[in-house]
Design a protein. Structure first.
Length: 333
């Protein structure tokens, strides 16, 4: 029993009840347990050390019976003062982008910087700043976790900007999810090859043979632009960032009807130069090699190409005139 008291006295030097009440409570319980299980078989000798040990024990008992009054708010403020906001926000954004919703809940509830409601409210602006930097967007469940924890889903008349800004952020996330869904659809090997090729034309740098193929195919500019419009409607920022700007600009210029752009002229010229001679060959099915190299043959081909070029130019002028008249009528109204 004497050794137990000596060990207890030694531990009291490093485990003070006024510094760490919880650790002292655990030490005291262990000490009591040991005393209860030792028994009173041995005859103890009263020594100076026992008296000192008993004195320390009585002081500890008195401290336990009347523990120091430590205000919880003071402890919280001290912890908060020691927490660096930038470190917390860096950790938050990494977890926001990578953790599951349940992991985020556990981390937020256990973080000492988040014990104070006032501190949570004060950090909402910074939290929104961090959330806006995340791409690809997080799940809807993760958004709900953060909204509920920081009170972003509550109408706060002291900070009306919260609702507007959060609504805009959720709208951006919804658009980004829709964009990613389209990207996954047109990147899927099970999607028709032709559709994947159209998406590749929009999303990858210029490829000569692919561009030439689409320029020669009738109806392709319209299909390419329809796909671009789907991505742009889902998330304009993501479309501008991830699609090839030069390809998008080229095909948009091809589709212009109010003027003759260089890309539009290039598409028309390539089709005339390719399809007119190809369509003319059946008229010379009985011709031999000498016919194909004769000036008369090529004069006929060039003449046909000129006719089709004239027709195309006439149609363009009619369309441009119709567009100009339509615009003028709308302005007069």
């Amino acid at each position: 029993m004497l050794e137990i008291k000596r060990a207890y006295a030694r531990q009291l030097k490093s485990t003070r009840p006024d510094e760490d009440p919880i650790a002292f409570q655990a030490l005291h319980e262990a000490y009591t347990y040991c005393l209860d299980n030792v028994g009173n078989d041995a005859v103890e000798e009263e020594t100076v050390e026992e008296i000192e040990d008993a004195s320390r024990y009585q002081e500890a008992e008195q401290s336990l019976a009347d523990p120091p009054q430590i205000e919880r708010l003071d402890v919280i403020h001290e912890i908060e003062d020691n927490v660096d906001d930038e470190t917390f926000l860096d950790d938050f954004i990494n977890r926001f982008a990578q953790d599951t919703p349940s992991e985020m809940v556990r981390w937020l509830n256990a973080h000492p910087a988040m014990f104070s409601i006032a501190r949570k409210d004060a950090m909402r602006w910074d939290i929104l700043d961090q959330m806006e930097q995340v791409y690809p967007p997080v799940s809807i469940e993760m958004m709900e976790v953060v909204k509920q924890f920081f009170g972003l889903d509550q109408v706060d008349f002291k900070a009306p900007w919260l609702i507007d800004r959060l609504t805009a952020l959720e709208h951006d996330f919804d658009g980004a999810r829709a964009y990613n869904a389209l990207h996954a659809e047109f990147s899927d090997p099970h999607t028709r090859y032709f559709d994947r090729l159209i998406y590749r034309e929009l999303s990858t740098p210029f490829h000569f043979w692919r561009r030439a193929f689409f320029m020669l195919m009738f109806g392709m500019p319209r299909r390419i632009l329809e796909l671009w419009q789907k991505f742009d409607a889902a998330d304009p920022n993501a479309a501008q960032t991830h699609l090839d700007a030069a390809s998008v600009s080229f095909w948009r210029a091809v589709a212009v009807r109010k003027k003759i752009t260089l890309p539009r002229l290039a598409v028309a010229a390539s089709r005339i130069c390719f399809w007119v001679p190809l369509a003319s060959f059946p008229a010379f099915k009985d011709a031999n090699l000498v016919t194909f190299v004769s000036p008369a043959f090529w004069k006929t081909i060039v003449g046909n190409m000129g006719v089709w070029a004239t027709l195309w130019l006439a149609v363009c002028l009619v369309n441009m005139t119709a567009v100009a008249l339509r615009v003028r009528l709308q302005r007069t109204k």
